[in-house]
Design a protein around this ligand. Structure first.
Ligand code: ADP
Ligand code: MG
Length: 350
């Protein structure tokens, strides 16, 4: 009997949703996107878009009734919403994973429980929690939930600077010791329903103002770090019983310690270059995993560097002509905003 291809529901309509929908189309899988933004860029790439707030039960049920399997492009969908949806149709990765990684404190505790090192950190609920953790300065104070691209983060030299912020402790924070970074890398891994997996080589990442600026393969790291980073990403994926593509972001400190920074339970910005560097991209692998298609052996085709195009810089990239080894992706966002990821350029190196 021929297995029918499922219709895939994707929650979220940003650039990751666009690239997932594009990968699905290549595999002849229909996609329906649920987004709260009528101008969501992914509407240009999917088969159908349903525009609704994420907590509107009726539209969510309508969305679920139209698809066979559901995934998402961003991890901050309220856990209750994801859990409700998962009672209607299978959701991959499973919502309980989001519950862990949506919160920087529970995420770090989970990672440490697997025996893997992170930065030193403390949960901050009030001013005295800051005073009691003087050894974590210089440090970064981060909201436990809903931060991305450096949003909700304060770089602080000392506790005096923290008190000047006059934080209203209406939400929880973590204080993380600032790492003297030698390098940042990430590992993208895709795990399939039969527990099989494919893993990409570590990607070297350069951040500017806490936003990813460039990603490069090969990462300039030792064999030891290369292997350890892949082993840790595999262990984390297994411990989470993860299905789909995920990414582990790492810090390497000046003493060559490998520390996990955070887990992204989704396709990741640093993995965009896999569209051009591998026979199967992180997006296609995600679709293959969540739709239970066969795994293909991963093959690297070339090296590359990916440059994020942020804010008004997009104007310099649109309408430009490119060399044969340059691939420009315009996210087709309706509005240019400062610090907003607007597109990326991948430069392939043979
Ligand atoms: P986001 O969820 O916004 O990606 P991250 O925690 O990954 O937040 O922080 C973004 C970037 O800020 C990191 O990739 C790194 O460059 C810098 N950063 C964050 N935490 C630390 C830290 N403890 N020490 C040094 N740099 C940090
Ligand atoms: Mg990050």
């Amino acid at each position: 009997m021929v297995k029918l291809k499922p219709v895939l529901g994707i929650i979220g309509g940003g650039q990751l949703g666009s690239m997932l929908a594009t990968a699905a189309k290549k595999l002849k899988i229909k996609t329906i996107i649920l987004s709260d933004d009528p101008k969501a860029p992914a509407k240009n790439f999917c088969d159908k878009i349903i525009v609704s707030e994420y907590n509107k039960q009726k539209t969510i049920e309508d969305f679920a009734s139209k698809v066979d399997v559901i995934t998402f492009e961003f991890e901050n969908i309220p856990f209750k919403v994801l859990e409700h949806i998962s009672k209607l149709k299978p959701v991959f990765p499973k919502p309980s994973i989001n519950q862990i990684v949506q919160n920087r404190f529970t995420e770090k505790k989970f990672i440490n429980n697997t025996g893997i090192k992170t930065t030193n950190y403390a949960l901050i609920r009030n001013q005295s929690d800051i005073s009691n953790n003087e050894d974590l300065f210089p440090g970064l104070l981060k909201t436990c939930t809903l931060g991305y691209d450096g949003k909700g983060q304060f770089v602080l030299k000392n506790k005096e600077e923290a008190s000047e912020l006059k934080i209203e402790f209406d939400k929880e924070y973590i204080l993380e010791k600032k790492v003297n970074l030698k390098k940042e890398i990430s590992v993208v891994i895709t795990r399939f329903l039969n527990n099989d997996f494919v893993i990409y080589e570590p990607i070297e990442n350069l951040h500017v103002n806490q936003i990813l600026n460039r990603s490069i393969i090969p990462a300039n790291v030792s064999k030891d770090i290369f292997e350890k980073a892949q082993q840790q990403a595999k262990l984390i994926a297994e411990e989470l019983d993860y299905i789909g593509t995920m990414c582990v972001e790492y810090f390497i400190d000046e003493k060559n310690n490998l520390l996990v920074n955070e887990i992204a339970p989704r396709v990741h910005n640093s993995g965009h270059l896999t569209i051009n560097t591998h026979n199967v991209s992180q997006f296609e692998n995600h679709i293959r995993a969540v739709c239970d298609l066969e795994k293909r052996e991963l093959k690297k085709i070339c090296n590359a560097e990916m440059i994020n195009v942020i804010g008004a810089d997009i104007k310099n990239y649109r309408g430009k002509s490119y060399f044969k080894n340059e691939f420009f992706f315009d996210y087709l966002k309706s509005e240019i905003k400062e610090k907003r990821k607007m597109g990326h350029l991948t430069i392939v190196k043979l």
